[in-house]
Design a protein around this ligand. Structure first.
Ligand code: FMN
Length: 328
């Protein structure tokens, strides 16, 4: 019997397949289908700082106007509390119904905004918290550390008030990712999710307007993550890496585990194929393990990471020079 269990953020998962934060994980009925299909853990849909602010603006817009500043404050407070309490209710219900770890997620950009809320998430029973921070820096006079400091400050402030493990979900736009992850680890992160796939703008050349690019990843997108999972998992001890983006099959799960991921996160594959893709991934991993006479999946975690192979520079090679210079 194959043992697919892994430890991520100090929590035992029956298998490494986590359904990542998205519309797939925003209700009990949807989560139930994912758990029935075999998901190892669930990251709930993020509560967005922007969303709460938008809800507040909508409420103010709908109102006739306020005679008293207190009334405005009341509406702001009410909408905020309402959004937050629905989210806390989802955590409580998911925890009481399902026997897989439930990871809450917040998307924030204000350093102090989420501190109280993080405490409430912990009290509601979430097993861990994923912080989804993304700041687009367009200031040509700023330096990288100013931008990175936002990530460290958000994390430290949250870690000061909660004791459940925190993972940082990052984008890939860092000039020195290994150093950033190391600093995040020092600031209290138990894990990193590499990488988030953001909403990308595109251009409609006929109407000459901006549009949205495809929101879903493709199966080859896992390759963008592989190098950094291998390097970060080797270089930063004490941080668990969860591989995200482009995981569409058992093969890409196994590859990420071999290069050092403790878990993987799936999103587009489930949107495209339904929860049954999770069952199929698990079955195919079991077949691979039995063919390779591997009884425990975690025993091969990191077998091909940067520190474990004799030619680690293969992960550093970024130019085409040697291998593809003859390609016509
Ligand atoms: C429709 C949709 C909604 C998403 N919502 C969130 C979200 O609320 N929070 C978050 O951290 N990531 C969100 N994501 C990003 C996914 O969690 C995931 O990181 C990304 O899609 C890459 O994984 P994939 O290649 O398996 O799709 C969303 C993605 C999609 C497609």
């Amino acid at each position: 019997m194959s043992d697919l269990s892994v430890h991520y953020l100090g929590i035992r998962l029956k298998n490494p397949i986590i359904v990542s934060s998205s519309g797939l994980t925003n209700s009990i009925s949807k989560i139930e289908r994912l758990v029935d299909a075999g998901a190892g853990a669930i990251v709930l849909k993020s509560l967005f700082e922007e969303q709460i602010n938008q809800d507040i603006s909508n409420e103010i817009y709908k109102s006739e106007g306020f005679d008293y500043p207190e009334a405005l404050d009341y509406v702001k407070g009410y909408v905020r509390e309402n959004d937050i309490s629905s989210y806390l209710q989802l955590i409580k219900e998911a925890k009481s119904r399902f026997d897989v770890p439930i990871i809450a997620s917040v998307n924030c950009y204000s350093v102090n905004e989420w501190v109280d809320f993080a405490k409430q998430i912990e009290n509601a029973g979430a097993d861990a918290l994923e912080l989804n921070v993304f700041v687009v820096n367009t200031d040509k006079n700023s330096i990288a550390i100013e931008y990175e400091q936002i990530y460290y400050d958000v994390l430290s402030n949250v870690k000061n008030v909660i004791s459940i493990p925190v993972a940082m979900k990052l984008g890939s736009y860092f000039s020195n990712l290994v150093s950033v992850v190391n600093r995040l680890n020092i600031s209290g992160a138990k894990g990193v999710v590499l990488f988030n796939r953001f909403y990308e703008p595109d251009v409609d050349i006929n109407n000459m307007t901006l549009t949205s690019a495809d929101v879903f990843s493709t199966p080859s997108d896992y390759q963008k993550t592989l190098r950094w999972v291998a390097i970060v998992s080797s270089k930063v001890n004490g941080v668990d890496v969860s591989a995200s983006t482009g995981i569409h099959s058992a093969e890409s799960v196994i590859k990420q585990i071999l290069v050092g991921a403790k878990t993987v996160q799936v999103c587009s594959a489930v949107y495209k194929n339904g929860p049954k893709i999770i069952t199929k991934m698990i079955e195919d991993i079991e077949i691979w393990m039995s063919q390779k006479h591997i009884s425990s999946l975690s025993s091969v975690c990191g077998k091909l990471n940067y520190n474990s192979i004799s030619e680690p520079y293969l992960f550093e090679r970024a130019q085409f020079m040697k291998y593809f210079s003859n390609l016509e």
